[in-house]
Design a protein around this ligand. Structure first.
Ligand code: HEC
Length: 139
């Protein structure tokens, strides 16, 4: 009786440990993937994705664009920016590459006169960092 109780206790502890390991592995894999995306986006754009997220919030982009897990990014004026890194065309007719993304962010009225996205006077470095941040959004 005592032995079978300790066996089941042992199995329960074992199951608990395995569960914890699986959970840690999932969290680790998630963090790894986010880091990889950040490194990749930084290399591609020459910008800083973390600072770009702060700039995205500071310029109020989220008042017009929804973006998951970004504070106050719930706007419905422009398209949601989830997955924007994989979009082929941006702003109606520009090929989606880092240079064009920065051009669009800095000067949408020049790229597409009359578009509902206003010129927000985004500085060059800020546009580069925002681009880096947006390029971490592959889904
Ligand atoms: C007043 C609302 C408004 C604000 C503020 C705004 N946008 Fe936009 N944005 C739009 C609209 C509307 C479009 C669609 C324009 C079009 O296609 O002509 C757009 C398009 C875009 C696109 C292209 C998406 C696509 O799929 O074509 C990107 C990227 C983008 N905005 C980023 C930003 C960033 C970054 C900021 C902040 C610096 C910002 N926007 C601020 C309204 C806004």
């Amino acid at each position: 009786m005592l032995r079978s109780l300790s066996t089941s206790a042992f199995l329960a502890i074992l199951a608990g440990i395995l569960f914890a390991i699986a959970l840690i592995a999932i969290v680790y894999e998630y963090a790894e993937q986010r880091t990889r995306l950040r490194i990749h986006a930084a290399a591609e754009t020459g910008g800083d994705p973390r600072r770009g997220e702060a700039m995205f919030i500071q310029y109020g982009c989220g008042s017009c664009h929804a973006l998951r897990n970004v504070r106050e990014a719930t706007g419905m004026v422009g398209p949601p920016l989830d997955g924007v890194a994989l979009r082929v065309i941006i702003g109606g007719h520009l090929a989606n590459n880092p240079a064009n993304m920065q051009k669009w962010i800095r000067d949408p009225q020049h790229v597409s006169p009359g578009t509902a996205m206003p010129d927000l006077h985004v500085g060059e470095g800020d546009a580069r960092d925002i681009t880096a941040f947006l390029y971490t959004r592959a889904k």
